[in-house]
Design a protein around this ligand. Structure first.
Ligand SMILES: [Zn+2]
Ligand SMILES: [Zn+2]
Length: 312
C-alpha cells in the first residue's frame, strides 16, 4: 500500500490492489477441452436437440438446457466476427469452421492488423499451461473454409483431467482521497490529530470527515478535532482466519465513538487477555488509542495500533 501525491490532478491517492485468489472447478466438459488443447485439439460439444456445436465444450446446452451430446474435435480455422484492441493486444470473437457460436479469444496481430471477416488459425503455446491459454490465440491464415464435420473424440481417461484451476485475480486501482480524507490523513501523519467534520444542521461531528451529513444531506463546512479516547459502541471477538486479514485471531473488532465525535470509528481493541475479552469489555467501556512508534506512522488510521481499555 503506497500513498502517492502525483497523478493527473496531483490529488493525493491510495494506490493499492485487491487480490482475489480462488480455485475454479472446471466440470467435465471444460476439463476435457483444456486437456485436449495440450494435444493441439480444440474440443466443442454438440447438442443433438438444437443441432448446434459450441466451443469450448459445455456440460449442458446453453440454449435448451439439455445434456450436451457428443464431445467433438473442431477445426482450428475460422473467421473473425468482432475485434477489440487494448493496450495489451487484441481480443476478438472467432467463429470456427463448422461451429455455431463464437469463441472469445486473443487475436495475434504480430504479423499485421486483423479485420472482421479475415480468416484466422489457432496457434498453441509451446507447452500446455493448464488453462485455455494453451490455445495461445488466433493468427491470420490463408486457409480455405473447412467443410469437415466436427468428429467425436475418444473418451479422455479421468486421471488425465484437471478438476480445478488455480486462479488469482488482481485488481490494481487508485483511490483519490478527496479533500476530506486527504486532510484527515495529513493531520494524522503530521501530528497524530484525528479530524471529523461538523454538520451545520444537526451539529453531529462525523469521523472520518465527509463532505455531506448522511442524515441531513447538508454540506459539512467545518473540520473539528476529536480526542483519541472514546467508548465502545459494539464489538466482536474474531476467531476466524480469512484471506487478507492484517491481524492474527483472536482479536477484537470494535465500533468506537471517539470523545467529541457523533459517529462510530471501526478499529481494533487489544492490550487485554483475549480469552477474557467478553468479560473485560462491554458496551460503553472507555478506551484510548495506542499509537505506533513515530517511525512506523504513515498518515493513516493504522497509525493507531489499537485501542485499549482505560482502567476506571
Ligand atoms: Zn440444445
Ligand atoms: Zn446533519
Amino acid at each position: 500500500m503506497t500513498r502517492i501525491t502525483t497523478g493527473i490532478d496531483q490529488a493525493p491517492a491510495l494506490e493499492t490492489s485487491l487480490e482475489m485468489p480462488y480455485t475454479l472447478t472446471t466440470g467435465k466438459a471444460v476439463s476435457v477441452f483444456i486437456e485436449q488443447l495440450g494435444h493441439g485439439v480444440i474440443v466443442g460439444s454438440h447438442c443433438d436437440n438444437c443441432d448446434r456445436t459450441v466451443v469450448p465444450a459445455q456440460d449442458y446446452c446453453a440454449r435448451c438446457g439439455g445434456d450436451q451430446g457428443a464431445t467433438v474435435a473442431v477445426e482450428p480455422t475460422g473467421v473473425v466476427t468482432a475485434i477489440t484492441r487494448t493496450a495489451d493486444g487484441a481480443v476478438g470473437l472467432i467463429r470456427l469452421d463448422g461451429v455455431d457460436a463464437d469463441l472469445l479469444h486473443v487475436i495475434d496481430e504480430s504479423a499485421g492488423e486483423v479485420a472482421v471477416g479475415d480468416r484466422v488459425e489457432a496457434t498453441f503455446a509451446p507447452e500446455p499451461v493448464g488453462t485455455i491459454l494453451t490455445l495461445a490465440g488466433f493468427a491470420p491464415s490463408t486457409s480455405a473454409v473447412s467443410t469437415t464435420a466436427p468428429k467425436e473424440i475418444d473418451e479422455v481417461a479421468d486421471e488425465d483431467l484437471a478438476k480445478q484451476i488455480i486462479y488469482s485475480l488482481s485488481l490494481p486501482y487508485r483511490h483519490a482521497y478527496g479533500p476530506n480524507y486527504g486532510r484527515l490523513f495529513d493531520e494524522l501523519g503530521s501530528r497524530g490529530g484525528i479530524l471529523g467534520s461538523r454538520c451545520p444542521h444537526c451539529q453531529n461531528v462525523l469521523v472520518p470527515p465527509r463532505a455531506y451529513c448522511e442524515i441531513c444531506y447538508v454540506k459539512t463546512e467545518q473540520f473539528v478535532e476529536v480526542k483519541d479516547t472514546g467508548r465502545l459502541q459494539a464489538f466482536s471477538v474474531i476467531h476466524m482466519e480469512f484471506i487478507g486479514q492484517t491481524r492474527k485471531p483472536p482479536y477484537v473488532y470494535a465500533e468506537i465513538v471517539l470523545d467529541g465525535a457523533s459517529t462510530r470509528l471501526i478499529h481494533n481493541v487489544a492490550g487485554i487477555d483475549m480469552a477474557r475479552a467478553t468479560e473485560v469489555l462491554d458496551i460503553g467501556t472507555p478506551v484510548r488509542a495506542v499509537w505506533k512508534a513515530e517511525s512506523e506512522r504513515n498518515g493513516t488510521l493504522d497509525d493507531i495500533d489499537y485501542f485499549e481499555p482505560i482502567p476506571e
